[in-house]
Design a binder for this molecule. Structure first.
Ligand code: UDX
Length: 447
C-alpha cells in the first residue's frame, strides 16, 4: 500500500455554508479516490464533522466570528469572513507548507476571494471551486455591465423584458442579492472575478454537454482552464456533510406512500420566507391533495416558529398526507421511489441532485444563481414549472397538480429522464466529465 508520504497532497479550503461544504467534500472524495492525500482547512464556525471523514486530515483556523456576525445577511457574512480569515489562513498555510513542501495545490471555494495573490505569496498553485453552473457563472461575470446599464435596479414594469446581453433571461432573473447594502453585492462580484481570473484554474460541479454555449463564452473571457466535472455526488457515495441533523423518519414515511406520488418541498439552506408566503405554500400543498414532505428549517420563516404559524388542526386535517421536518436526508429522499416532484428554491446542488434522480421541479427561486437556474429549468431545459408570480395558494395547488397528474407533467418527466441519462453518460468514458477529470488530475500532477 502507498504511504501517505508518496501520495500527492491537495489542500482544500472549505467555505462554511451548507451548499458549499457539500460539493467541496464530494470533490475531496473524488481526489482521495484518485490517490491524493487530502488536507481540509476549515473555519471554526460551521466546522465539518471530521469523524465522518477519517481518511482526511483536518486543520481548523480561528475565524474570530462573533455571534451577531454569524447572523448577518449572506453577502455581509462572506465579506466579514474574508476579512477575518486573511491572517489565520496565511499562518495556517505557511505552517502546512513547511510540513508538506511538495503539496500540489490548494483548492479554495470561490467565496474566499481574499485568496487572490496567494500563489505569488506562498508559491503554491490555487485552483478555485465555483459551486454554481455555467449559465449562472456567465450572468455573474457580466455583473458590472448589468449594473452600468441599470438592469439591477429592477423596475416592476420591465421585470419580464428580455436581457439583451444574456439570452433566455428576463430582467427579473438577474442574479440579485438579499443584502441590505446593494453595493456589497458588487464588491463580492468584483472580488470574486479578480480572484477567479488570477487562479490556476476553475472547477465546476457542472456538465458541459448541458451548457456548451456558456462554456465557449466563458472561455473567451477567462484566461484560465475550466474543468466541468460534475455531477460530483455521482462518483462515489460519500458521507454526509450536513450541518443540521437529518430527520431519518422521512424515509419510513415515504416507504408508506405510492410510487411517484409525493411532492418534496425544500428551499435549501439559506432562503427564508415570510409568514404569509409560508401559509400560502401550506394551503396550496394541502389543497392539491397530493402527499407532501416539507423541510421547514429552523429560522426559515421570519421570526416565527412553525408551531406558532400553522393554523390549529392543519396537520390533523391532512390525515397523514403531509409531513413537515426541520432538515432531511435530501439525496435519499430524491432517490426514493415515492418521490415524484420537487418544489425547490433552485440552488444548484438541489437542482443537480434532482436531475440525477429524474425528479421534475417546481421553481420558487429567491436570489443569486437560483433565479438563473429557475429560468433554465422552466424555459430552456423544460424540466420544471416556474412559479412566476407572487406566491399564492392556488398557484401552488395548480403547479403541484400539473406536475404530478397531467400530461404536461408527464412530458416534463420524460425530458428530465433524458437529462439524467446525459448526467450519467458524462461520467463514463468517453463522456465530458470523465475526460475533464482526467485532464484536471494530469494538470495538478504537472505543477
Ligand atoms: C446556495 C445557492 O443557491 C447554490 O446555487 C450555491 O451553489 C450554494 O449556495 P443552498 O441554499 O445551500 O445554496 O442550496 P443548494 O445549492 O441546493 O444546497 C443545499 C444542499 O443541502 C443540497 O446538497 C441538499 O441535498 C442539502 N439539503 C437540503 C439537505 O441535506 N437536507 C435538506 O433538508 C435540505
Amino acid at each position: 500500500m502507498e504511504t501517505r508520504e508518496t501520495k500527492p497532497v491537495i489542500l482544500l479550503f472549505t467555505f462554511p455554508l451548507q451548499g458549499h461544504l457539500n460539493p467541496m467534500f464530494q470533490l475531496a472524495d473524488i481526489f482521495f479516490n484518485r490517490g491524493f492525500s487530502i488536507i481540509v482547512i476549515h473555519t471554526e464556525f460551521n466546522s465539518p464533522n471530521s469523524s465522518k471523514f477519517p481518511h482526511f486530515t483536518f486543520v481548523s483556523i480561528p475565524d474570530g466570528l462573533s455571534e451577531p456576525e454569524s447572523c448577518l445577511d449572506v453577502i455581509e457574512f462572506i465579506h466579514v469572513l474574508n476579512s477575518k480569515c486573511v491572517a489565520p489562513f496565511g499562518d495556517c498555510l505557511k505552517k502546512l507548507l513547511s510540513q508538506e513542501p511538495t503539496a500540489a495545490c490548494v483548492i479554495v471555494d470561490a467565496h474566499w476571494y481574499f485568496t487572490d495573490g496567494l500563489t505569488e505569496k506562498f508559491g503554491i498553485p490555487r485552483i478555485v471551486l465555483r459551486t454554481v453552473n455555467l449559465s449562472a457563472f456567465v450572468a455573474f461575470s457580466k455583473f458590472h455591465v448589468l449594473r452600468e446599464k441599470g438592469y439591477l435596479a429592477l423596475q416592476e414594469s420591465k421585470a419580464d423584458s428580455p436581457v439583451p446581453e444574456l439570452p433566455y433571461l428576463r430582467m427579473k432573473d438577474l442574479p440579485w442579492f438579499q443584502t441590505e447594502e446593494p453595493r456589497s453585492g458588487d464588491k463580492l462580484q468584483r472580488g470574486t472575478m479578480k480572484s477567479l481570473k488570477s487562479s490556476s484554474g476553475i472547477i465546476f460541479n457542472a456538465i458541459q454537454d448541458l451548457e456548451p454555449d456558456q462554456l465557449d463564452q466563458s472561455l473567451k473571457e477567462f484566461p484560465v482552464p475550466f474543468f466541468c466535472i460534475g455531477p460530483f455526488h455521482r462518483y462515489i457515495s460519500a458521507s454526509s456533510t450536513s450541518l443540521l441533523t437529518q430527520d431519518m423518519t422521512c424515509l419510513s414515511w415515504l416507504d408508506k406512500q405510492e410510487p411517484n406520488s409525493v411532492i418534496y418541498v425544500s428551499l435549501g439552506s439559506i432562503v427564508s420566507i415570510d409568514e404569509s408566503e409560508f401559509l400560502e405554500i401550506a394551503w396550496g400543498l394541502r389543497n392539491s391533495n397530493q402527499p407532501f414532505l416539507w423541510v421547514v428549517r429552523p429560522g426559515s420563516v421570519h421570526g416565527k416558529e412553525l408551531t406558532e404559524i400553522l393554523p390549529k388542526g392543519f396537520m390533523e386535517g391532512l390525515q397523514g398526507r403531509g409531513k413537515i421536518v426541520k432538515w432531511a436526508p435530501q439525496p435519499e429522499i430524491l432517490a426514493h421511489r415515492a418521490t415524484g416532484g420537487f418544489l425547490t428554491h433552485c440552488g444548484w446542488n438541489s437542482t443537480l441532485e434532482a436531475i440525477c434522480e429524474a425528479i421534475p421541479l417546481i421553481c420558487k427561486p429567491s436570489f443569486g444563481d437560483q433565479r438563473v437556474n429557475a429560468r433554465y429549468i422552466s424555459d430552456v431545459w423544460k424540466i420544471g414549472l416556474h412559479l412566476e408570480n407572487k406566491i399564492e395558494r392556488l398557484e401552488i395547488e395548480n403547479a403541484v397538480r400539473t406536475l404530478m397528474t397531467s400530461s404536461e407533467g408527464e412530458e416534463i418527466r420524460k425530458r428530465i429522464l433524458l437529462m439524467k441519462e446525459t448526467a450519467e453518460q458524462c461520467l463514463k468514458l468517453p463522456g465530458s466529465s470523465f475526460r475533464n477529470l482526467e485532464k484536471l488530475i494530469a494538470y495538478i500532477l504537472s505543477f
